[in-house]
Design a protein around this ligand. Structure first.
Ligand code: MG
Length: 297
């Protein structure tokens, strides 16, 4: 058993030798500044009967940040500040939670989006969050503006305004590409990054979600293409979106992690997943798996 097999074995995971062998042979230079893995959990990821118990659990496990849901966030700023006070846990991104959507054809639905996301952005700023995650349009959201050049230009203009608003609140807005079953409009990290660039606001960022990145031909290339625009990462098992490790050898994140290290990525990798097992076992096993793969990346 070599070091690689030992580390993966310690996390309760067996990976086929060939893909890892290819990766380890082709590792180019890497950035030293990107050597820290900072993990984040959503509010229900850790076991526990309430938020404080879950935060205790996260602290014991060395989890660096919490990703709160965005719904009603303005009314929860005080509660979350109290819960995080004195803890070594920051606020990572805010997970959506707004009304309507940015590419709505109906002006009332667009207005609901504009107002609710601004409330969430302001609250995110108060919490020191890295940004508010948003999807331009889900497949089920209709009527939506057509997938045309004009719509993309409109999206960039609207994102510019949102990004500038977010900067005033010391935070950002983060575009999340999804897989085609959920949102055919925006599916790949590079496309999201190009929208960031064309929005011409430092407050417009993007992310990658290892679950949705089934759309990508290369995790590595996807993250590298995002470059300076990459502000957040979601992680889940890659077969059915449970804790990393629950899908066995499918749960290989090393190629993507290698890109994050090279970029000097200093934001968070945040769990967005359920579990089929006992959280007291699957959560620490997933954390150990990610830490061991980060070392190998
Ligand atoms: Mg996600």
């Amino acid at each position: 058993m070599d070091r690689r097999e030992f580390l993966l074995g310690a996390a309760g995971l067996t990976l086929a030798a060939s893909p890892l062998g290819v990766l380890s042979c082709s590792t180019p230079h890497r950035s030293e500044k990107g050597s820290d893995l900072k993990l984040s959990f959503q509010e229900k990821t850790a076991p526990g009967k309430d938020l404080n118990e879950r935060l205790d659990y996260m602290e014991a496990l060395g989890i660096a940040a919490l990703e709160p849901g965005g719904r009603g966030l303005a009314d929860r700023v005080n509660e979350l500040q109290q819960a995080l006070r004195g803890r070594d846990i920051k606020t990572s991104a805010i997970c959506a939670g707004f009304e309507g959507f940015i590419l709505a054809e109906d002006p009332a639905v667009k207005a609901a989006f504009d107002s609710s996301i601004r409330d969430i952005i302001a609250a995110a700023g108060e919490l020191g969050s890295t940004g508010v995650i948003m999807v331009p349009v889900f497949n089920h959201q209709k009527p939506a503006l057509p997938h045309t050049l004009q719509t993309r230009e409109y999206l960039c203009e609207q994102m510019h305004e949102l990004g500038e608003y977010a900067l005033k609140h010391n935070t950002t807005v983060i575009l999340e590409p999804l897989n085609r079953k959920e949102a055919h409009y925006l599916r790949q990290v590079a496309d999201a990054a190009a929208i960031c660039r064309d929005s011409k606001s430092a407050g417009v960022k993007c992310m990658g979600d290892f679950w949705h990145m089934q759309e990508e031909t290369s995790d590595y290339a996807a993250f590298i293409s995002a470059g300076e625009y990459l502000q957040h990462v979601h992680v889940a098992s890659r077969g059915h979106r449970r804790m990393p490790g629950e899908d066995g050898e499918l749960d290989n994140y090393i190629d993507g992690m290698r890109a994050l290290k090279q970029l000097g990525y200093d934001k968070y990798i945040s769990f967005e997943c359920g579990t089929d097992g006992d959280r007291n076992q699957t959560v620490p096993a997933a954390v150990e798996l990610l830490r061991s793969q980060w070392k190998l990346a």
